[in-house]
Design a protein around this ligand. Structure first.
Ligand code: RIB
Length: 312
């Protein structure tokens, strides 16, 4: 497997309010902090893969507005190429309104805006970029038709396809089955019929078995992230648990994207699934210890050091 990680990605500008506790419906509360930053699961994952050492090409859409300029400037600050980030005239750049409570938990509301211009036609227009990719990555924030077209084109071209179905979206089973891996949190796993009856607190080992029974049927391979507990993975070769280190989470926003981007980067350089997942768990655990999304991703050396400590 060689060639860049090509991310067909959602891109938002995140407005994040930091609060003591979430407001109840109808309640007004005061925040104790505020931040505007690049977000969107796609651009977050592209930055995470880049920080993890992969060559990354991000295919995304921004609006012709100040948020779009801000997004481009942030991608350039990280050193990501922006040649495939197109500008659309008739929609604002995607936006996410985020609330982070002192517990580290968050709520996120996304307004798609220019992301909705990332249609199946764009996938067809990018066919040669896909053909040259080491791996193609996308997320549930894109249009379902676009995700399904990416699955078709990657299958036709024999390129590895990684889908993070976040948030859950009604993607056809024929598209899911090509995913290698399909990356899900436990809610997303239930949405595709994995662990439907698994109660909160189900152990890593039980989730490993659930992933193993879905590998080869729901998707070629499966990764389930389980927050502070870690992650599990399964493919045709076997199934694995990857426990997370104990850390104090200050902001979980984008930690799943840090995990997924890191996973894609290490799969693209040829690491086996079990090893890539263990490294991605270390990346996710580092990300929750800092505020924000793209600015919370630790560099490759720090992630590999943390993964080695975890294995020791
Ligand atoms: O996963 C976190 C991301 O979800 C945020 O950056 C926000 O933009 C939404 O896409």
């Amino acid at each position: 497997m060689s060639g860049p990680v090509v991310v067909f990605g959602s891109l938002n500008v995140d407005s994040t309010s930091y609060v003591e506790a979430f407001p109840a419906p109808g309640e007004t509360i005061l925040a104790h902090g505020f931040q505007v930053a690049l977000g969107g699961k796609g651009s977050n994952q592209a930055v995470a893969a880049h920080v993890a050492g992969a060559e990354v090409e991000l295919v995304a859409r921004i609006g012709d507005d100040a948020s779009g300029e801000f997004a481009l400037a942030t991608l350039e600050r990280f050193g990501l190429p922006t040649g495939a980030v197109g500008r659309v005239a008739d929609a604002p750049t995607g936006v996410a309104q985020i609330t982070v409570a002192d517990s580290g938990e968050n709520t996120v509301i996304v307004t798609g805006g220019s992301n909705l211009a990332l249609t199946p036609d764009v996938v067809d227009a990018e066919r040669s970029r896909i053909a040259a990719a080491g791996l193609v990555l996308t997320q549930g924030e894109l249009l379902v038709d676009t995700i399904e077209r990416i699955a078709e084109v990657t299958a036709e071209l024999g390129v590895r396809f990684v889908l993070n179905l976040a948030p859950p979206a009604p993607v056809a089973a024929a598209a899911l089955v090509a995913c290698d891996p399909l990356v899900l949190n436990e809610h997303e796993a239930r949405a595709v019929g994995i662990g439907t009856d698994a109660a909160a607190g189900t152990s890593l080992d039980e989730w490993r078995e659930l992933a193993a029974s879905a590998a080869g049927t729901v998707a070629r391979s499966i990764v389930v992230t389980l927050g502070a507990a870690g992650a599990v993975a399964a493919d045709a070769e076997g199934s694995w648990t990857a426990p997370a280190p104990r850390v104090t989470a200050v902001d979980t926003t984008g930690a799943g994207d840090g995990f997924t981007g890191t996973l894609a980067a290490f799969l693209a350089e040829g690491r086996p699934l079990a090893e890539a997942v263990r490294i991605a768990v270390a990346a996710g655990a580092l990300a929750v210890q800092a505020r924000g999304t793209v600015d919370s991703y630790a560099p490759r050396e720090a992630v590999l050091r943390a993964a080695a400590e975890l294995a020791a």
